[in-house]
Design a protein around this ligand. Structure first.
Ligand SMILES: Cc1cc2nc3c(=O)[nH]c(=O)nc-3n(C[C@H](O)[C@H](O)[C@H](O)COP(=O)(O)O)c2cc1C
Length: 170
């Protein structure tokens, strides 16, 4: 079976996973649900949220299923250097990797995440504003930190959908 499997904390990854499942017709399971529905032979497109550059749940999914591609949902767009660091840290090699902007919603975070994120926001906004020139990814990061909210957008999924239609047909 082919399936989309996701793990989400505040709902952005879940929203992308639901949009992708609806547009592609591929079955969708949370990482938790998948354990009773899928096995080692099943082909999985895995979607997880970024937490300190770790793709949440990916290591678990890679042990249990045949992960064919990964989507990482983070704060905003990332540059090539960050993408390479994320792939290295999560040991994602030889399969397609897509980074998607999720945004941040402080009110959905429990205190143990909210407090460090508020500190990080202050630091990031200050250091990004100090830079004379920002890259496109840095501009997007600054915008995401200063305009809280979901950045989930169906258009961001187009490259993923193209890959699914070409390589991940049921
Ligand atoms: C503790 C914590 C760590 C985070 N680390 C990163 C990170 O390393 N890179 C990034 O781009 N976004 C990071 N984010 C932002 C989340 O990945 C982003 O809010 C994402 O949309 C969350 O997805 P979800 O709504 O599916 O949980 C972090 C958020 C939290 C709460």
């Amino acid at each position: 079976m082919k399936a989309i499997v996701y793990e989400s904390f505040t709902g952005h990854t879940k929203a992308y996973a639901e949009l992708l499942s609806k547009s592609s017709g591929i079955r969708l399971f949370s990482l938790e649900e998948a354990s009773s529905k899928l096995n080692r032979e099943d082909d999985v497109l895995y979607m997880g949220w970024l937490r300190a550059e770790a793709v949440s749940g990916y290591k678990k999914a890679a042990k249990k299923y045949n992960v064919c591609a990964v989507c990482a949902v983070g704060l905003a767009r990332i540059d090539e250097k960050t993408e390479a660091a994320v792939k290295k840290m999560n040991n994602i090699f030889g399969i397609p990797f897509f980074a998607l902007p999720g945004g941040v919603e402080m009110d959905k975070l429990p205190g143990y995440y909210k407090i460090p994120m508020l500190v990080l926001r202050k630091f990031m906004v200050r250091s990004l504003k100090k830079k004379p020139v920002l890259t496109t990814a840095e501009e997007d990061q600054l915008d995401a930190w200063t305009h809280e909210g979901s950045r989930v957008n169906a258009e961001e999924l187009e490259p993923v959908l193209l890959w699914v239609r070409t390589n991940f047909k049921t």
